[in-house]
Design a protein around this ligand. Structure first.
Ligand code: PMP
Length: 363
């Protein structure tokens, strides 16, 4: 018998792997506010493009365009860049992996704010690199982290799971101080008032990543984009799978980019609901982190347990995200759904608050 465990790379054997938010079976009647998906459908133009693509079944015999050329050009046109400054990925998760494969050797140090996106340390460990978490206090967000010896730094802006956006002044200074690559993960930037795109010209070590999973409502298709200098993109291009985006994903993404009017209308609805939901939570005594995203991080009023509220909601078919490890364990991250979904959630939270003798599981 071969001992498989002894054959596994120690870095992989030691790691726990990433735990995604719960994904209930399609068709189940839950209000799903746990993985920051868009509550509205994608652009009808994207859906039409997919229908047309599928109408010609014979197209599926062939490999997709290997460099996602039309999508890269569409993105360049949309964001005022050149196509050589754009790379398409199988979700932005793949792009995060590609930047590590391109720039980081085993043993090198990779920094990120803690807490932020919990996939970073997993990808860093997988690369055999050293994960360097830098403590992040949401009340003083723009503290410069210690960048000594850091080869690559992941900054999520706006931050997840708190939702706070960093200023371009701070990002520019971080890029200048860093003796390595700065990756600004802008998964949620479409929901914010600004973004770091204008810094690309001034910061040669900057890479910006975006996703179609949130603002464009195409999470099922796995599409991400990276923006950087032609030199960086050229190197990253060598480190991706040869056909990393399937034909349907490329088709839908290009069509979605072409319908900015729909995107802006959807974003406006989500921002409006976010402001409404924040006000209501504050009236109920919650502390709410100011958010530039499609989710809110909030802490229940004194005497109420976040874990208990999470279970109370889950038992009533409402899924939100609870992170059991400190410093997040006293709060909840709640995605912004439709106005009706948020109103239902508020009603159930009120029931939780009103229930005086809570059973053990809700305390
Ligand atoms: N970055 C952050 C900060 C995220 O929250 C997520 C989604 N969980 C991603 C990247 C990944 O996005 P994608 O679906 O494009 O892989």
């Amino acid at each position: 018998m071969k001992n498989i465990a002894s054959l596994v790379r120690p870095a992989v054997r030691k790691m726990a792997g990433y735990t995604p938010g719960q994904q209930p079976a399609p068709g189940s009647q839950v209000i799903k506010l746990n993985t920051n998906e868009n509550p509205y459908p994608p652009s009808p133009a994207a859906v039409r493009a997919l229908e047309q693509a599928l109408a010609d079944g014979d197209r599926l015999r062939l490999y997709p365009p290997p460099t996602s050329s039309s999508l890269r050009q569409a993105a360049a046109d949309c964001y005022g860049l050149r196509a050589e400054q754009v790379l398409a990925g199988n979700g932005s998760d793949e792009l995060l992996r590609i930047v590590l494969d391109t720039f980081v050797d085993p043993g090198e140090k990779v920094g990120f704010l803690e807490p932020s996106y919990s996939l970073y340390p997993v990808l860093i460990q997988l690369r055999g690199a050293a994960a360097v978490p830098c403590p992040f206090d949401w009340r003083q967000p723009e503290q410069m982290p210690d960048l000594e010896g850091i080869k690559l730094f992941f900054l999520t802006s706006p931050n997840a799971p708190y939702g706070i956006a960093f200023s371009n002044k701070f990002i520019k200074e971080l890029a200048a101080r860093l003796d390595g690559i700065l990756v600004v993960d802008e998964a949620y930037a479409d929901f914010a008032a600004g973004n770091a795109l204008e810094l690309l010209a001034a910061c040669p070590n900057l890479i910006i990543t975006r996703t179609f999973s949130k603002s464009y409502a195409l999470a099922a298709l796995r599409i991400g984009l990276a923006f950087a200098s032609p030199e960086i993109i050229g190197e990253m291009d060598k480190a991706r799978d040869s056909y990393n985006l399937d034909y349907l994903a490329q088709t839908a993404a290009a069509a979605a980019l072409g319908d900015q009017e729909y995107l802006q209308a959807t974003l406006a609805r989500i921002r409006e609901t976010r402001e409404f939901f924040q006000r209501e939570l504050q009236h109920m005594g919650f502390t709410v982190c100011p958010s530039a995203t499609n989710f809110l991080f909030c802490w229940p009023p004194a005497g109420l347990s976040a874990a208990g509220l999470y279970r109370f909601l889950a038992d009533r078919q409402i899924l939100v995200r609870y992170f059991a490890a400190p410093p997040l364990d006293r709060g909840l991250r709640i995605s912004i759904g439709t106005r009706e979904q948020m109103a239902t959630l508020l009603t159930v939270i009120n029931q939780f608050i009103a229930e005086e003798d809570k059973p053990d599981g809700y305390r």
